[in-house]
Design a protein around this ligand. Sequence first.
Ligand SMILES: [Zn+2]
Length: 134
Amino acid sequence: MANVIKVHSVDQEYWYIRTQRCKCGGELEVWNQALLSSQDLQFDVLDTRCKHCGHETSYKFDITNFAPRAITQQSMEKIAMGIPAEKVWSFIEIPMEKAVKFIFDLAQAQDKLALDYLEGAIKHAREKFKIILD
Ligand SMILES: [Zn+2]
């Protein structure tokens, strides 16, 4: 199992998987999903398979940031099937999902100024906290 990857939404987990490639260069597909918890931490493990060579890799995500106490295997399976997380967990506010939705709303409204402002804010934050880009 690879390192634990800290994420802020289920969508970010699947986005991360989409950015990864097998050693052979093939794209990955998720074939299994499971929740784990230890002490106060909650994890989501996604097992992937290379679409090209079939090599399997597991990714372990730290979902403590957004996982509600009542998170269930059933709710995660619904999300894995493509039901939007906000519909499964309508009673929970997940900041990352709110932020992404807000950005999409701005784009849909053709609010270029607001998107430029947000791009600048992200750039400024990266510089301020010296986050290394790889
Ligand atoms: Zn492969």
